[in-house]
Each structure stands twice: as structure tokens, then as C-alpha cells.
Write a protein that binds this ligand. Structure first.
Ligand SMILES: [Zn+2]
Length: 117
């Protein structure tokens, strides 16, 4: 099994909230020790807390997760976009043209940011 698969299985099986970026090959998850988030490179499983409190690899993460309960969550842009999409779909059924215009403006802005990152 690839390190990527092992890492994703670990987060899924441990029920730890995470965000997987397939393009960047990173997993963002809540830091186990502080209120920040940590980012793992799935190619070699090395990770760093964004506030610099801890770092390691998948083996240290597995060990630490057995000693603590991680119930924190991370911001997941894909999930947020789905929520926006769902709300716009629901609102556009009311036939309000202003909602549809707003939806197009928001989607245009999102696509703009997608193209520059
Ligand atoms: Zn931390």
C-alpha cells in the first residue's frame, strides 16, 4: 500500500477530520497539541503544525492519536463549496432572479481564485 493510501486510511479509520488536496498531495488536519492545523505531505508522510508546535511522520501521528481523542475539525473548502451550492440550488427554486445573479457572481469569483492558486 502506498504511503498516501496508508495516511488516508489512518485519518478515515481514526475518525479524525481532514482535508485531502489531491493536486498538492497534502492532508490538512487539526494539530493534536494546539488549536492550529497541521499539513502532511502524503508522498513521505512528513507533517508540520502550522504554528510550529510539533512535527513528525505518520508513525508518530499514529502513536500520538492512541494517547489522545481528537475531536477538532479543519476548514474543508470542498465541503464548504457543496454547502454553498446546495443553498443556491434551494434558493434559486424560489424563482428569484437576484439569487441567480448572485450565484453567478459567487461562482465567477470562486473560479477566478481557483485559476490563480
Ligand atoms: Zn500545533
Amino acid at each position: 500500500m502506498s504511503k498516501e493510501r496508508v495516511s488516508l486510511s489512518f485519518f478515515k479509520d481514526s475518525k479524525i477530520d481532514y482535508f485531502y488536496d489531491n493536486k498538492e498531495k497534502t492532508i490538512t488536519f487539526p494539530c493534536f497539541k494546539c488549536e492550529s492545523h497541521a499539513i502532511m505531505n502524503v508522498v513521505d508522510t512528513s507533517w508540520n503544525c502550522s504554528s510550529g508546535c510539533s512535527k513528525g511522520n505518520i508513525f508518530e501521528l499514529i502513536k500520538t492519536s492512541k494517547e489522545s481523542i481528537i475531536e477538532k475539525s479543519v476548514y474543508n473548502p470542498k465541503k464548504e463549496f457543496k454547502r454553498i451550492e446546495y443553498r443556491f440550488n434551494k434558493l434559486s427554486k424560489t424563482g428569484n432572479k437576484e439569487i441567480e445573479e448572485l450565484r453567478d457572481i459567487v461562482y465567477g469569483l470562486i473560479n477566478y481564485y481557483k485559476s490563480i492558486v
